[in-house]
Design a protein around this ligand. Structure first.
Ligand code: ADP
Ligand code: MG
Length: 705
């Protein structure tokens, strides 16, 4: 078959259909799936890649006299007697007594039951298979609301090992399993894109078989991430990622860059306007970047530095270099708050150097937006700061030379490409605050050059980190009260409740109300549900010192910079991941004042939570923390159970499958070496893979012909 350069293979159509193509999924449920799968219009493939987090094993088939209370069992029983709730007590349960050839009985108990329904489901004298958890109640063996009741025929189809999925409010297991069943039956025959010899040697299932196995397991063991099915999918995902990165790199290399050389006038002005001197590693990073920019090849550089290490100013100096050469720079942040904050930091420095700066986010609209776009295309703006609004199609630069992307792991390859395509061979500088271990760098960014900011700016004092039980929260409030009366500033971060933003917010609001009652107007609140302008206003009040105690949900996690803040209280610290706690703590200790971080936890702590908090007390070294984080996750802590994979992945878990990354990269390089246009039989098959894992943008980069 012949493919046009970038058309999706037709055989994938059923997998790329909307979820509403599945039995039982209408527009209402589609919305819930959008939330569950974290994707606006989820497709069948997105559901298929939503892997189980566990399984219920219904294979235990004891006789009634052998049933252990608390165990999930499937028993075959004969219905002996119905005992409807007495007419005067309609709230009392409806009971059905069953028995088998032992002398034990099992009472099935139903609340709010409909008589006619139960009479049909469990007719007296008939044999039924019943599955669920039995308990002893009132001295009788009982099962309240059995999970399954089927007859002989139904039993033949009853999965005795049932996958359990991460869920979201309103979307229960019954619904998800039914949709999943529909999705699995839509799996087409796909060509094998992995190396056939490798597949045979490792006895890897095919992509489709792996999915079937994971969603219709025969034993609980079938669905563990280390097992062959999950591993197959993870390797597929890693290969897709590496292939896409390799295609992007090859494409970028073909477009040779243009050197932007500068004598450093602007840079000198900026440095002069800074109230501090650059650290040694900032200086080193600046040199690396200036050298890269002057070369005709394109720059692809990662600036990796722990929170508070001072990446922003390095990025600004880089921008100054291309601006001095008469070109433009873009600086993209993951959130509105951060974009505004970058603007605030950068504006005075830019002014000192005569650099014209503007901001573009979702909030600039109408004539204001139009004016920015007009000036941008004319070259009257030198540096444009913004959010992903910078990718929008009508945003056109006069001559974009450098794209700085902050907190890149939140953006995909797709978005990175969108920005770099707005200029001619754009140089790329990626800033990441999360110190990423080498394996992760490779998987997210491919082979980029790396500059590291290893030291903190001079004059910083270590943060005094302590753990305190929730039962002593009042003492913490007292201490925070004393501190703000001395003019200090503090954050109070409220817990993250995975399942529900609503509860999340309620907790923060409650704490806010209480602190407000005690400390009055100096207390303020910021959370993710607030409108952009409200959020900014709250941040502004805090950063100017109008308010001194800022209660927040995790919206402040990334990048917020208020150097005067010296106290960080994190409530329910045990619910946060290690990296997240480190990021949060990094919001203080940014000035020369002594800072304190109070981690409030709810006792008793599990082993992993205990270890996490201990590491935080012990060190501020982000690299060490990142490594410990991987290690702890590897030991079975399921952080972020919402996604089946590590951040940035759908199914691969770096701590488990990271070891295949090198192989995937070599494999991708080998394939492209032999077949740079993905035209061979395996190349064509690999195109399917790229589509399945959402990396098909890269296909467009394949040189035609
Ligand atoms: P991050 O790397 O987390 O993005 P920022 O760029 O926000 O860090 O910098 C953190 C704080 O440190 C800012 O207030 C910034 O002004 C300050 N800073 C940056 N470089 C230095 C330096 N060399 N000496 C002193 N303070 C610095
Ligand atoms: Mg930053």
């Amino acid at each position: 078959m012949h493919y046009s350069v970038s058309m999706r293979p037709l055989v994938l159509n059923s997998l790329f259909a909307a979820l509403t193509s599945l039995p039982g999924v209408g527009p209402k449920l589609e919305l819930l799936y959008a939330k569950l799968l974290e994707r606006e219009q989820p497709r069948v493939i997105d559901l298929l890649l939503h892997l189980p987090s566990g399984a219920i094993d219904r294979r235990a088939r004891p006789k009634l006299n052998e049933v252990l209370p608390g165990q999930v069992v499937t028993v075959d029983v004969t219905v002996l007697e119905h005992r409807p709730s007495p007419p005067n007590r309609p709230r009392a349960p409806y009971r059905i007594v069953t028995g088998d050839d032992t002398d034990a009985t099992l009472t099935l108990t139903f609340f709010h039951a409909r008589k006619d329904y139960l009479e049909k489901l469990l007719p007296v004298g008939e044999k039924r298979y019943v599955s669920g958890t039995a308990e002893i109640y009132d001295g009788m063996l009982q099962m309240v609301h059995p999970d399954r009741v089927v007859d002989e025929k139904g039993f033949a189809d009853l999965p005795l090992v049932e996958p359990v999925y991460p869920l979201t409010e309103g979307l229960g297991h019954g619904l998800v399993r039914r949709a999943m069943d529909g999705a699995v039956s839509k799996l087409p025959d796909l060509p094998e894109w992995q190396d056939e010899a490798w597949v045979a040697r490792e006895r890897m299932p095919t992509f489709a078989d792996a999915l079937r196995q994971l969603h219709r397991p025969h034993e609980p063991h079938d669905i563990v991430p280390e097992g062959p099915s999950w591993t197959r999918l993870a390797y597929d995902e890693l290969l897709a990622g590496q292939l896409a990165l390799a295609l992007v790199r090859a494409h970028m290399r073909r477009q040779s860059g243009r050197g932007s050389s500068s004598e450093g006038h602007l840079r000198a002005k900026i440095l002069k306007a800074l109230p501090y001197a650059l650290t040694h590693s900032q200086q080193q990073a600046v040199n690396d970047i200036i050298n890269d920019l002057a070369l005709p090849q394109r720059m692809l550089r990662l600036l990796q530095g722990d929170v508070g290490s001072g990446k922003t100013v390095v990025a600004l100096v880089a921008a100054a270099a291309v601006i001095e050469a008469g070109r433009q720079a873009a600086f993209m942040a993951p959130t509105e708050i951060l974009a505004r904050q970058h603007l605030k930091t950068i504006e005075p420095l830019a002014e000192a150097a005569g650099i014209r700066v503007a901001i573009l986010t979702g909030r600039e609209r109408g004539s204001g937006r139009k004016e920015i776009l007009d000036r941008l295309v004319l070259g009257d703006i030198d540096l444009l700061i913004g959010t992903h609004a910078l990718f929008q199609e009508d945003v056109a630069f006069h001559d974009l030379a450098l794209a700085v992307v902050d907190e890149q792991h939140r953006f995909g390859v797709h978005q990175r490409l969108a920005l770099t395509q707005k200029g001619d061979a754009v140089d790329v500088l990626v800033l990441t605050a999360t110190p990423i271990p080498r394996t992760l760098v490779l998987s997210y960014f491919g082979d980029m050059d790396i500059s590291e900011l290893r030291e903190k700016p001079a004059g910083r004092q270590p943060i005094d980190t302590r753990t305190i039980a929730l039962s002593r929260v009042e003492e913490v409030e007292d201490a925070v009260g004393r501190a703000i009366s001395e003019g200090k500033r503090a954050y109070w971060v409220c817990p993250l409740v995975e399942e529900s933003e609503k509860i999340d917010l309620a907790a923060a609001e409650e704490r806010y109300a209480e602190l407000r009652k005690r400390f009055g107007k100096s207390v303020d609140l910021v959370h993710g549900k607030m409108k952009g302008a409200e959020k900014d206003a709250a941040m502004e009040r805090f950063s100017t010192g109008k308010t001194q105690l800022l209660v927040a949900t995790t919206v402040i996690e990334v990048g917020v910079d208020v150097p005067e803040a010296t106290i960080m209280v994190i409530e329910h610290a045990e619910r946060f991941g290690l990296a997240q706690l480190h990021q949060l703590r990094g919001r203080v200790g940014r000035g020369s004042g002594q800072s304190t971080c109070l981690l409030i936890y709810k006792a008793p702590l599990g082993e992993t939570a205990k270890a996490r908090l201990a590491i935080l007390r012990e060190t501020e070294d982000g690299f060490r923390i990142a490594e410990e984080d991987l290690r702890l996750r590897g030991e079975g802590d399921v952080l972020g159970t919402r996604q089946s994979g590590s951040p940035g992945f759908q199914v691969a878990r770096i701590e488990i499958h990271g070891k295949y990354l090198g192989a995937a990269r070599d494999d991708a390089a080998l394939v492209l070496n032999r077949d740079s246009a993905l035209a061979s039989e395996r190349g064509q098959a690999l195109r399917h893979l790229l589509y399945l894992f959402g990396k098909d943008e890269a296909i467009k980069l394949i040189r035609a012909g």
